[in-house]
Design a protein around this ligand. Structure first.
Ligand SMILES: *[C@@H]1O[C@H](CO)[C@@H](O)[C@H](O)[C@H]1NC(C)=O
Ligand SMILES: *[C@@H]1O[C@H](CO)[C@@H](O)[C@H](O)[C@H]1NC(C)=O
Ligand SMILES: *[C@@H]1O[C@H](CO)[C@@H](O)[C@H](O)[C@H]1NC(C)=O
Length: 273
């Protein structure tokens, strides 16, 4: 009798100590973020297990050029299924539109469809890495394989928290964390990754735009505020998100966006450029 009672107590203790940890593991950051969400008309499900990369990339950034590349090459599907289904997850390095704009048009104009596909795949690692985990990728762990496979590798360096992703012709910095919840990480980088396998020589840059931006308005309507500070950009994004319900494709997309904003703000993951 006594041992049975003792066992019951033990089981109860186990349960009570396990379940909070269990609950925390399954809705740690998302739950914290969800609490800070304003009441939304759509009943939002518990923790969203599924991250829609297209939704994510279309509301953040601007990352339109990269998203177009992913769609055109069908690499979006590869990334999404890696994000959906793999145990290891995925880490995507997303260049801003301005990064693509700084390359001369001729640099990418005559790439074959296979090369475009490899270029897109080269921007992702077949594993989830939090920002803090990049310091494991230096030294012997380099070079790091990408989803493009084979010799398409990058060198990742972490210099006191400033992470660079090295390709043959560029060494972009991770300028902000767009989304980072295991198994999916999406980081903004300030240059396009340029592998040797595609670019035999250093690809030409676009003729640099007039250094005096006030002289005349930028002709590129697709990317607003190309050279503005990140706080100006953040303000613009805020404005966009607070006044854009009609343009949202799905409630989930916008909810996800808020989640990302809340999560990155609360985790302090937003790095300054
Ligand atoms: C990823 O998962 C979502 C939700 O389960 C599903 O709608 C979508 O088709 C999946 N995509 C891929 C490429 O596996
Ligand atoms: C693209 O084609 C132009 C004209 O034929 C050529 O000058 C240029 O070197 C090519 N670019 C690449 C990256 O092959
Ligand atoms: C990575 O670093 C190694 C050793 O320094 C170097 O040989 C290689 O070219 C680098 N790879 C890239 C893609 O930069």
């Amino acid at each position: 009798m006594e041992s049975k009672a003792a066992m019951m107590v033990t089981i109860l203790l186990c349960c009570s100590s396990i379940s909070p940890a269990f609950a925390q593991k399954h809705k740690g950051p998302p739950a914290a973020a969800a609490v800070s969400l304003p009441p939304s008309p759509a009943p939002s499900p518990a923790a969203p297990r599924h991250v829609d990369l297209a939704d994510l990339l279309s509301v953040a950034g601007p990352f339109h050029t990269f998203l177009d590349l992913l769609e055109k090459t069908d690499v979006l599907r590869t990334f999404q299924s890696q994000a959906n289904g793999s145990k290891d997850g995925i880490t995507v390095f997303v260049p801003k539109d301005a990064a693509f704009a700084s390359l001369a048009r001729s640099a990418t104009a005559n790439l074959t469809s296979d090369q475009l596909k490899s270029l897109a795949l080269y921007h992702a690692l077949p594993r989830y890495y939090s920002l803090a985990e990049f310091n494991r990728l230096g030294g012997a762990a380099s070079p790091v394989p990408t989803l493009a496979g084979g010799e398409y590798t990058v060198n990742v360096t972490d210099d006191m928290g400033t992470v660079h992703v090295g390709s043959m012709w560029s060494n972009p910095k991770i300028s902000s964390s767009v989304y980072s919840t295991r198994p999916v990480a999406v980081y903004e980088v300030d240059r396009v990754l340029l592998p040797m396998q595609i670019f035999r020589t250093d690809p030409p840059m676009a003729p640099s735009p007039a250094p005096a931006p006030d002289a005349k308005p930028a002709s590129d309507a697709a990317s607003p505020l190309p050279g503005k500070s990140s706080s100006a950009k953040a303000k613009a994004d805020e404005k966009k998100s607070s006044s854009s319900p009609p343009s949202s494709r799905r409630g989930a997309g916008i909810a996800g966006y808020f989640l990302v904003l809340a999560a990155s703000a609360s985790a302090g993951l937003l790095l300054l450029c």
